[in-house]
Write a protein of this length. Sequence first.
Length: 244
Amino acid sequence: MYDPLELGRQTARIVCRGTARKYYRFRPARFYGGIATADCLGCNLRCAFCWAWEQLHQVQKLGQFYEAKEVAERLAAIARKKGFSQVRLSGNEPTLGMTHLIEVLRHLPQELAFILETNGIILGAEAQWAKELAVFPQVFARVSLKGCTPEEFSHLTGAVPEGFALQLKALEHLLAAGIDCHAAVMVSFSPAESRERLRHRLASIHPALGDFEQEELILYPAVAARLTKRGLSCFSGYLPGSLP
Ligand code: SF4
Protein backbone atom coordinates (compact mmCIF):
# COMPACT_ATOMS: atom_id res chain seq x y z
CA MET A 1 0.00 0.00 0.00
CA TYR A 2 1.14 3.55 -0.65
CA ASP A 3 0.40 6.98 0.79
CA PRO A 4 -1.39 8.96 -1.96
CA LEU A 5 -0.07 12.28 -0.66
CA GLU A 6 3.52 11.03 -0.91
CA LEU A 7 2.90 9.49 -4.35
CA GLY A 8 1.39 12.82 -5.40
CA ARG A 9 4.47 14.74 -4.22
CA GLN A 10 6.81 12.37 -6.08
CA THR A 11 4.75 12.54 -9.28
CA ALA A 12 4.43 16.33 -9.09
CA ARG A 13 8.24 16.56 -9.19
CA ILE A 14 8.06 14.98 -12.66
CA VAL A 15 4.95 16.61 -14.18
CA CYS A 16 4.95 20.09 -12.61
CA ARG A 17 7.55 22.78 -13.21
CA GLY A 18 6.72 26.15 -11.63
CA THR A 19 3.50 27.33 -13.29
CA ALA A 20 3.87 24.76 -16.11
CA ARG A 21 2.49 21.21 -16.22
CA LYS A 22 2.76 18.22 -18.51
CA TYR A 23 -0.20 17.49 -20.84
CA TYR A 24 -0.68 14.79 -23.43
CA ARG A 25 -3.77 16.02 -25.31
CA PHE A 26 -6.14 18.96 -25.95
CA ARG A 27 -9.57 18.08 -27.37
CA PRO A 28 -13.29 18.81 -27.62
CA ALA A 29 -15.25 16.15 -25.67
CA ARG A 30 -18.95 15.21 -25.70
CA PHE A 31 -19.32 14.95 -21.90
CA TYR A 32 -21.45 17.53 -20.01
CA GLY A 33 -23.14 18.34 -23.30
CA GLY A 34 -19.83 19.45 -24.86
CA ILE A 35 -16.67 20.59 -23.09
CA ALA A 36 -13.17 21.74 -24.06
CA THR A 37 -10.69 19.39 -22.40
CA ALA A 38 -6.99 19.46 -21.60
CA ASP A 39 -5.63 16.05 -20.53
CA CYS A 40 -2.90 16.39 -17.93
CA LEU A 41 -0.34 13.77 -16.88
CA GLY A 42 0.20 12.40 -13.38
CA CYS A 43 -2.00 11.15 -10.56
CA ASN A 44 -1.69 10.34 -6.86
CA LEU A 45 -3.89 7.20 -7.08
CA ARG A 46 -3.67 3.91 -8.99
CA CYS A 47 -7.32 2.88 -9.47
CA ALA A 48 -7.62 -0.62 -10.92
CA PHE A 49 -10.37 0.59 -13.30
CA CYS A 50 -8.49 3.68 -14.55
CA TRP A 51 -9.01 4.32 -18.28
CA ALA A 52 -5.86 6.44 -18.43
CA TRP A 53 -3.59 3.72 -17.02
CA GLU A 54 -0.98 3.98 -19.77
CA GLN A 55 -0.58 7.72 -19.24
CA LEU A 56 -0.47 7.18 -15.47
CA HIS A 57 2.58 4.98 -15.81
CA GLN A 58 4.44 6.90 -18.50
CA VAL A 59 4.64 10.38 -17.06
CA GLN A 60 8.37 10.62 -17.85
CA LYS A 61 8.00 9.63 -21.48
CA LEU A 62 4.66 11.11 -22.61
CA GLY A 63 3.43 14.65 -23.11
CA GLN A 64 5.10 18.02 -22.89
CA PHE A 65 5.12 21.00 -20.57
CA TYR A 66 2.67 23.83 -21.16
CA GLU A 67 2.53 27.12 -19.28
CA ALA A 68 -0.81 27.84 -17.58
CA LYS A 69 -1.51 30.76 -19.92
CA GLU A 70 -1.12 28.56 -22.99
CA VAL A 71 -3.40 25.87 -21.51
CA ALA A 72 -6.09 28.50 -20.83
CA GLU A 73 -5.72 29.90 -24.36
CA ARG A 74 -5.99 26.45 -25.95
CA LEU A 75 -9.08 25.60 -23.91
CA ALA A 76 -10.72 28.91 -24.77
CA ALA A 77 -9.92 28.42 -28.48
CA ILE A 78 -11.50 24.92 -28.52
CA ALA A 79 -14.57 26.23 -26.66
CA ARG A 80 -14.90 29.15 -29.10
CA LYS A 81 -14.55 26.93 -32.17
CA LYS A 82 -17.08 24.36 -30.93
CA GLY A 83 -19.51 26.78 -29.27
CA PHE A 84 -18.94 25.24 -25.80
CA SER A 85 -19.47 27.20 -22.59
CA GLN A 86 -17.46 24.81 -20.39
CA VAL A 87 -13.86 23.69 -20.00
CA ARG A 88 -12.02 21.18 -17.81
CA LEU A 89 -8.68 19.57 -17.07
CA SER A 90 -8.97 15.80 -17.25
CA GLY A 91 -6.87 12.75 -18.13
CA ASN A 92 -5.12 12.27 -14.80
CA GLU A 93 -5.40 14.39 -11.60
CA PRO A 94 -5.59 18.20 -12.12
CA THR A 95 -4.89 19.15 -8.48
CA LEU A 96 -1.40 17.62 -8.53
CA GLY A 97 -0.17 21.03 -9.66
CA MET A 98 -2.32 23.46 -7.69
CA THR A 99 -0.15 26.47 -8.55
CA HIS A 100 -0.56 25.65 -12.22
CA LEU A 101 -4.31 25.07 -11.85
CA ILE A 102 -4.85 28.43 -10.13
CA GLU A 103 -2.87 30.13 -12.91
CA VAL A 104 -4.98 28.41 -15.61
CA LEU A 105 -8.11 29.76 -13.89
CA ARG A 106 -6.57 33.23 -13.72
CA HIS A 107 -6.08 33.24 -17.50
CA LEU A 108 -9.43 31.76 -18.52
CA PRO A 109 -12.20 34.04 -19.83
CA GLN A 110 -14.67 34.39 -16.92
CA GLU A 111 -17.69 33.46 -19.04
CA LEU A 112 -16.37 29.89 -19.40
CA ALA A 113 -17.51 27.52 -16.64
CA PHE A 114 -14.68 25.39 -15.26
CA ILE A 115 -15.48 21.86 -14.13
CA LEU A 116 -12.88 20.59 -11.71
CA GLU A 117 -12.81 16.80 -11.90
CA THR A 118 -10.77 15.56 -8.96
CA ASN A 119 -10.24 12.62 -6.65
CA GLY A 120 -10.14 15.16 -3.82
CA ILE A 121 -7.05 13.79 -2.04
CA ILE A 122 -5.08 17.05 -2.18
CA LEU A 123 -8.09 19.30 -1.55
CA GLY A 124 -8.94 17.15 1.48
CA ALA A 125 -5.43 17.38 2.91
CA GLU A 126 -5.26 21.20 2.82
CA ALA A 127 -8.29 23.47 3.28
CA GLN A 128 -6.28 26.39 1.89
CA TRP A 129 -6.58 25.15 -1.70
CA ALA A 130 -10.38 25.26 -1.67
CA LYS A 131 -10.18 28.84 -0.39
CA GLU A 132 -7.87 29.77 -3.28
CA LEU A 133 -10.21 28.13 -5.80
CA ALA A 134 -13.18 30.01 -4.34
CA VAL A 135 -11.80 33.24 -5.78
CA PHE A 136 -13.01 31.99 -9.18
CA PRO A 137 -16.82 31.93 -9.30
CA GLN A 138 -16.88 29.83 -12.49
CA VAL A 139 -15.50 26.74 -10.71
CA PHE A 140 -17.75 23.72 -10.12
CA ALA A 141 -16.13 20.65 -8.52
CA ARG A 142 -16.96 17.00 -9.17
CA VAL A 143 -15.22 14.90 -6.54
CA SER A 144 -14.86 11.29 -7.67
CA LEU A 145 -14.96 8.87 -4.72
CA LYS A 146 -13.31 5.50 -5.22
CA GLY A 147 -15.78 3.14 -3.58
CA CYS A 148 -18.12 3.69 -0.63
CA THR A 149 -15.93 2.79 2.36
CA PRO A 150 -12.26 3.12 3.38
CA GLU A 151 -11.79 -0.62 2.74
CA GLU A 152 -13.29 -0.46 -0.77
CA PHE A 153 -11.17 2.63 -1.50
CA SER A 154 -8.06 0.73 -0.49
CA HIS A 155 -8.94 -2.38 -2.53
CA LEU A 156 -9.69 -0.34 -5.63
CA THR A 157 -6.74 2.04 -5.48
CA GLY A 158 -4.10 0.01 -3.64
CA ALA A 159 -3.63 3.06 -1.36
CA VAL A 160 -3.89 3.24 2.43
CA PRO A 161 -7.57 3.30 3.55
CA GLU A 162 -7.08 6.70 5.23
CA GLY A 163 -7.19 8.25 1.75
CA PHE A 164 -10.96 7.79 1.68
CA ALA A 165 -11.40 10.24 4.57
CA LEU A 166 -9.42 12.82 2.54
CA GLN A 167 -11.88 12.42 -0.34
CA LEU A 168 -14.79 13.19 2.00
CA LYS A 169 -12.84 16.02 3.61
CA ALA A 170 -12.41 17.60 0.17
CA LEU A 171 -16.18 17.96 -0.11
CA GLU A 172 -16.28 19.59 3.33
CA HIS A 173 -13.51 22.02 2.40
CA LEU A 174 -15.11 22.93 -0.94
CA LEU A 175 -18.51 23.57 0.65
CA ALA A 176 -16.97 25.59 3.48
CA ALA A 177 -15.22 27.74 0.87
CA GLY A 178 -18.53 28.29 -0.95
CA ILE A 179 -17.70 26.24 -4.06
CA ASP A 180 -20.51 24.37 -5.83
CA CYS A 181 -19.69 20.67 -5.81
CA HIS A 182 -21.07 17.16 -5.93
CA ALA A 183 -19.80 13.64 -5.39
CA ALA A 184 -19.52 11.01 -8.12
CA VAL A 185 -18.99 7.52 -6.70
CA MET A 186 -17.56 4.41 -8.37
CA VAL A 187 -20.26 2.03 -7.14
CA SER A 188 -19.63 -1.05 -9.30
CA PHE A 189 -17.69 -2.79 -6.53
CA SER A 190 -20.01 -1.77 -3.68
CA PRO A 191 -22.85 -3.84 -2.25
CA ALA A 192 -26.18 -2.08 -1.64
CA GLU A 193 -25.47 -1.73 2.11
CA SER A 194 -22.26 0.22 1.66
CA ARG A 195 -23.87 2.47 -1.01
CA GLU A 196 -26.61 3.23 1.52
CA ARG A 197 -24.14 3.87 4.34
CA LEU A 198 -22.24 6.31 2.10
CA ARG A 199 -25.48 8.06 1.20
CA HIS A 200 -26.08 8.77 4.91
CA ARG A 201 -22.47 9.82 5.47
CA LEU A 202 -22.56 12.27 2.55
CA ALA A 203 -25.96 13.64 3.59
CA SER A 204 -24.48 14.35 7.03
CA ILE A 205 -21.93 16.65 5.33
CA HIS A 206 -24.68 18.36 3.29
CA PRO A 207 -28.21 17.07 2.52
CA ALA A 208 -27.71 17.61 -1.25
CA LEU A 209 -24.60 15.37 -1.31
CA GLY A 210 -26.69 12.31 -0.39
CA ASP A 211 -28.03 12.34 -3.93
CA PHE A 212 -24.67 11.41 -5.46
CA GLU A 213 -23.81 10.53 -9.06
CA GLN A 214 -23.25 6.79 -9.50
CA GLU A 215 -20.24 5.99 -11.67
CA GLU A 216 -20.26 2.55 -13.27
CA LEU A 217 -17.27 0.56 -14.43
CA ILE A 218 -16.59 0.24 -18.16
CA LEU A 219 -15.06 -3.19 -18.69
CA TYR A 220 -12.45 -2.46 -21.35
CA PRO A 221 -10.34 -5.61 -21.95
CA ALA A 222 -7.26 -4.08 -20.28
CA VAL A 223 -9.36 -3.05 -17.25
CA ALA A 224 -10.89 -6.55 -16.99
CA ALA A 225 -7.39 -8.10 -17.06
CA ARG A 226 -6.19 -5.72 -14.31
CA LEU A 227 -9.19 -6.51 -12.12
CA THR A 228 -8.57 -10.25 -12.49
CA LYS A 229 -4.92 -9.76 -11.59
CA ARG A 230 -5.89 -7.86 -8.42
CA GLY A 231 -8.63 -10.41 -7.56
CA LEU A 232 -11.38 -7.77 -7.78
CA SER A 233 -14.91 -8.63 -8.86
CA CYS A 234 -17.64 -6.11 -9.59
CA PHE A 235 -21.38 -6.06 -8.90
CA SER A 236 -22.25 -3.99 -11.98
CA GLY A 237 -20.72 -2.30 -15.01
CA TYR A 238 -20.86 -1.97 -18.79
CA LEU A 239 -19.14 -3.69 -21.65
CA PRO A 240 -17.70 -1.00 -23.97
CA GLY A 241 -20.19 -1.86 -26.74
CA SER A 242 -23.24 -1.64 -24.45
CA LEU A 243 -22.82 1.88 -23.06
CA PRO A 244 -26.18 3.66 -22.55
S1 SF4 B 1 -7.95 9.05 -9.77
FE1 SF4 B 1 -8.59 8.99 -11.92
S2 SF4 B 1 -6.70 9.27 -13.11
FE2 SF4 B 1 -6.11 8.74 -11.01
S3 SF4 B 1 -5.83 6.51 -11.10
FE3 SF4 B 1 -7.93 6.90 -10.39
S4 SF4 B 1 -9.18 6.87 -12.25
FE4 SF4 B 1 -7.03 7.07 -12.90
